[in-house]
Design a protein around this ligand. Structure first.
Ligand code: ZN
Length: 308
């Protein structure tokens, strides 16, 4: 596999599906960090970059993006398709959200003007050398201590129509955390679609099949693959409430992911260490888009996300 420094990487038309390693930075001992990358280009205009593995333990995204690249026939692609399944290899190698090398969340490093630690260097270079050149970016994530119902998040209502092409049942429209790729792309007017599905350290084929089908349909929608895109009919949510744990303890949910709940409904019980049980209720009505599956919680951690 060729290895190319990211600042020397230029897209040339490919004669066959190409995999390479993009050299992105060096660790403290000067050992190189490079990103496995798939490239298909016929030299035409539209450029789409699909990434995953910003968080190294979110395997639904990592599995889906590399599988999609393997499935798509080289000759079918018009334009340029770049797939980087593992954008934070340091975290992936530890099967962890962030790497212990720097303990920095790659998805909080974009446009934050700090360039000391490896994750910050990865974020800064990817954004400066690659993401800024793209017409569309799809960033696939895969949950945390809880599970996400498959959905697409966008920061601009003008992106809802294209987000629908990803064929997931829900679209969430809302702002994103400072330093995230979504907030950086919003500032620079780069259309970004954040896909979330499943829970960390899992590969759930029901979810990955859906994601792969959505990626194919998305490329049809931007004329990079032949065929009319299937019309997605997602429910669009523009509000979100996170129900957090009022104390540390053990959480037992009494709702299911995807349930519709009403204001005041009981969502579960929290049992404090050596203490009493508390009933947890929602103060809003909506759909449960995220449900915590890890039973041990500390005060302030998310139990569910409700969207409407
Ligand atoms: Zn993530």
């Amino acid at each position: 596999m060729d290895s190319i420094p990211i600042d020397g990487f230029t897209v040339e038309p490919t004669e066959e599906k190409k995999t390479l390693r993009l050299e992105i930075t060096r660790l403290f001992d000067d050992s190189p960090v490079s990103l496995p990358t798939g490239l298909i280009s016929n030299g035409e205009d539209t450029k789409v970059c699909i990434i995953s593995g910003q968080h190294g333990n979110e395997w639904n995204g990592i599995y889906s993006s590399q599988k999609f690249f393997k499935n798509v026939p080289h000759e079918a692609v018009k334009g340029t398709l770049i797939v980087i399944p593992i954008v934070n290899p340091l975290a992936f190698n530890e099967k962890s959200r962030v790497s212990s090398v720097d303990s920095i969340d790659l998805n909080r490093t974009y446009l934050n003007h700090s360039y000391r630690k490896p994750a910050e260097q990865i974020g800064t270079k990817l954004f400066a050398e690659l993401f800024g050149e793209m017409d569309y970016i799809i960033d696939i994530h895969g949950g945390g201590p809880g599970e996400y119902s498959p959905h697409v998040a966008v920061t601009d209502e003008n992106l809802i129509e294209k987000a629908s092409d990803l064929l997931l049942p829900d679209v969430y429209l809302g702002s994103s955390s400072s330093g995230s790729l979504a907030s950086a792309c919003a500032k620079e007017n780069i259309p970004l679609f954040t896909v979330e599905a499943g829970k960390r350290r899992h590969i759930d084929r029901a979810y990955t099949d859906k994601i792969i089908k959505g990626l194919e349909n998305f490329l049809k929608g931007v004329d990079m693959l032949d065929g009319k895109p299937q019309e997605g009919k997602p429910v669009v949510h523009s509000n979100k409430d996170k129900v957090t744990s009022p104390a540390s303890g053990f959480f037992t949910p009494q709702v299911d992911l995807g349930d519709r709940i009403e204001k005041g409904d009981k969502i579960g019980e929290l049992e404090k260490l050596f203490g009493e049980e508390k009933i947890i209720r929602t103060s809003v009505s909506g759909k449960i888009l995220y449900l915590r599956s890890e039973k041990v919680v500390s005060k302030g951690e998310n139990l569910i996300h409700v969207t409407w």
